[in-house]
Design a protein around this ligand. Structure first.
Ligand SMILES: Nc1nc2c(c(=O)[nH]1)N[C@H]1C(S)=C(S)[C@@H](COP(=O)(O)O)O[C@H]1N2
Ligand SMILES: [Mo]
Length: 398
């Protein structure tokens, strides 16, 4: 697939780097709810205008109102995050191959046609960046200052990774499975982006090599023609433009596993700012979260009957309960959950509230089927990962 306006990425990148925003971008900005949170809206290929964090590598956030429009995040609104600046601007799917090698009995080179001949599975799953909501960390954490829109929910179609591994035959004693994509670093010193999963995780029922997203080919920026989907786990493992699957007989010690994307192995994965010397582990499953989707922060509300709508999700046990509070979390009221699209999907909810004029702090709290419940006090870690505390919204009723 050719990217429409093939050189747009590079051109937009160069223009933005030079400080000259495309004209369309100047018309509209978004204010994320933290210091230095003013961002332009910029349309990249196959994307509607999204909130620009960085142009090269592209990091684009989904405007939050998109999550109110439907349970699935449309492909053209789906957030984008890449680490390395050399991203193919088009990929010829007919020539694309996934090399399966390492500690296997038979090395494979799989074409898209090969994948099409294997049993297909479909799964609704939330893709959330580890650093989603990092901009809300206090004190601030180092990294891209995302609002809450570095996430999305899609229906993914593909083949089970396990079926691919079984075809190759994983050797006894294998420890991890490593994934690499077509993107490369600009500078020779920058480590290539590779991620690994333990063999038992990689062989899970729901881990798929996906060639469709919401019933369509993946947008190039979301990994066309094929990417890994690890439902319930943070998106750092969801390697895009997947080109190599390597079975390792040891634990992966590449930069992106050993140094980056690690969380404190402490209660709640939280530490006191400035702490050192604590053990860390690779980030893994997502924590339970919920958001209201139909009240932008600070927006006026009408007196009387109002509907509050939102979404909740967790790391794969599914949502058991969602509660709303109009008094900042002193009293809570359970609301109705809408249709269940599966335990990895966004779960929508809706509640009615009759309110008198005044100012309110609306809060939302979800409980997952595994018993985890959102807490009022945010966790903290130096990379700004895993935000999952109760979100609150200031509402004035006039
Ligand atoms: N090939 C490749 N895959 C990648 C990345 C990357 O830099 N290169 N980034 C990962 C991270 S950290 C995130 S958050 C997700 C973002 O997925 P999206 O751009 O489809 O939203 O892609 C993951 N897969
Ligand atoms: Mo990420």
């Amino acid at each position: 697939m050719e990217l429409g306006r093939g050189r747009f990425l590079a051109a937009a990148g160069a223009a933005l780097a030079a400080g000259a925003l495309p004209r369309a971008a100047l018309a509209q900005t978004v204010q994320l709810p933290f210091d230095n949170g003013t961002r332009p809206l910029v349309a990249f290929p196959q994307k509607r205008p999204l909130i620009l964090l960085t142009p090269r590598p592209p990091q684009l956030e989904t405007p939050f109102e998109v999550f109110n429009a439907g349970v699935y995040t449309p492909n053209d609104a789906f957030y984008v995050r890449w680490h390395l600046a050399n991203i193919p601007q088009s990929v010829d799917a007919s020539a694309h191959r996934i090399a399966v090698s390492g500690a296997v009995n038979t090395a494979l080179s799989l074409s898209m046609d090969d994948l099409a001949k294997m049993p297909a599975v479909e799964i609704a799953a939330v893709n959330q960046c580890s650093g989603n909501s990092r901009g809300l960390f206090t004190p601030r954490a180092i990294g891209g200052e995302w609002g809450n829109g570095a996430m999305g929910n899609a229906l993914w179609t593909g083949v089970r990774l396990r079926d691919i591994l079984d075809r190759a035959g994983v050797k006894a004693g294998a420890k991890q499975v490593q994934f690499d994509g077509l993107d490369t670093a600009v500078l020779p010193g920058t480590p290539d982006f590779k991620k690994s999963l333990d063999v038992d995780v990689a062989r899970g029922d729901d881990v798929i090599v996906a060639y469709a997203m919401n019933g369509e080919p993946l947008p190039v920026l979301n990994g066309y023609p094929v990417r890994l989907i690890v439902p319930g786990w943070f998106a750092t493992y969801w390697v895009k433009m997947l080109s190599a699957i390597t079975v390792l007989d040891k634990t992966d010690d590449n930069f992106w596993m050993k140094t980056a994307y690690r969380i404190p192995d402490t209660p709640g994965n939280s530490v006191v700012p400035g702490a050192t010397g604590y053990p860390t582990i690779p980030i893994n499953r997502m924590a339970v979260r919920s958001f209201i989707t139909n009240i932008p922060d600070g927006a006026p509300f009408k007196r009387g009957r109002n509907e509050l709508r939102g979404i909740a999700f967790d790391g794969g046990s599914g949502i058991k309960r969602v509660e709303l509070s109009m008094d900042g979390g002193t009293t809570w009221r359970e609301v109705a959950l809408e249709r269940d699209y599966g335990k990895y999907s966004f779960r929508r909810f809706a509640g009615e509230w009759v309110v008198a004029p005044g100012t309110y702090t609306v809060a939302v709290r979800a409980t997952a089927n595994d018993g985890a419940v959102q807490q009022a006090t945010p966790i903290w870690n130096p990379s700004g990962y895993l935000r999952s505390s109760i979100e609150t919204y200031k509402v004035s009723v006039i």
